[in-house]
Design a protein around this ligand. Structure first.
Ligand code: SF4
Ligand code: F3S
Ligand code: ZN
Length: 103
């Protein structure tokens, strides 16, 4: 599962589509955690898609990660500022790849 303390335990490696990427990043095998308020551990996401289907405000979009061992697309929290903290995505992800931190 995603580390809920990732902000303390990781450093920002880069920016992607306006959000932070928390390292380590070593593409294509290591992709890091994308987003901060809505955070997706790309190294855990296996492209189930439930988060994209269920988010009421369309926070997520697919992004390509060719060569990653778990999946070659990931749910990217490109609209994390729109999040209403409903926690649906956290509940539906089968591999616990998502952390949402209200407040
Ligand atoms: Fe979307 Fe709710 Fe997840 Fe926020 S907590 S990203 S609004 S599903
Ligand atoms: Fe990935 Fe979980 Fe969404 S596996 S696509 S973050 S439901
Ligand atoms: Zn991203």
């Amino acid at each position: 599962a995603i580390d809920p303390q990732f902000e303390a335990n990781r450093d920002v490696a880069e920016k992607h589509e306006g959000h932070r990427v928390w390292g380590p990043v070593d593409e294509p095998e290591q992709q890091g955690i994308h987003g901060t308020h809505v955070a997706v551990d790309f190294d855990i996401c296996m492209a189930d898609g439930a988060c994209l289907e269920d988010c009421p405000v369309d926070v997520f979009e697919w992004t390509d990660t060719p060569g990653h061992p778990e999946s070659d697309i990931k749910a990217d929290p490109i609209n994390e500022t729109q999040c209403i903290d409903c926690m649906l995505c956290v509940d539906v992800c089968p591999v616990d790849a998502i952390d949402v931190d209200p407040g």
